[in-house]
Design a protein around this ligand. Sequence first.
Ligand code: ADP
Length: 160
Amino acid sequence: MLKAVFPGSFDPPTNGHLNLIERAASLFDETDVVIAANQLKSYLFTSEERFELMTQLVAQYRNVKVFLWDRLIVEFAEKNGAKILLRGVRALADFGYEFELAMTNRGLNASIETIFLPTDPKYFVLRSSAIKEIAMFGGDISSMVPPIVATALREKLRKA
Ligand code: ADP
């Protein structure tokens, strides 16, 4: 049984994240999407909102589960018997950061391997921070996020 953990902020989930999840679902027996609830970071969506959105978005995959976690990701993997940490990489710019993160996690637990999946070219330029900015200025984000996320973003920004 090969279990992978896909950790991230998912603030909010994008089509890029979902593409990675779809591919992970066909590679691993189980994929646990772990949403960071980091007290030190400020998110646009609350942990519960991000959890709720992601849960709806992955409902179609019987081998994908969603969790909220506020501690080290390697601790989640240890506790849940996952041997793989999955991260997506877009441009080379992502790689430096992701490589360092992988080294840090390896230092914490060398029995858990980080695996990188390169983005699908369609989602090369998608990142949550840019999408939030485009939405804030009224730009069209319908090709970047699933419809429920576009609606949630509009609602959130209307109230802000
Ligand atoms: P974090 O704050 O942990 O970087 P993100 O929600 O920004 O969380 O990203 C979670 C994971 O999804 C990361 O591994 C990131 O590289 C990956 N990712 C984000 N956007 C894309 C995309 N468009 N294509 C492929 N992977 C992506």
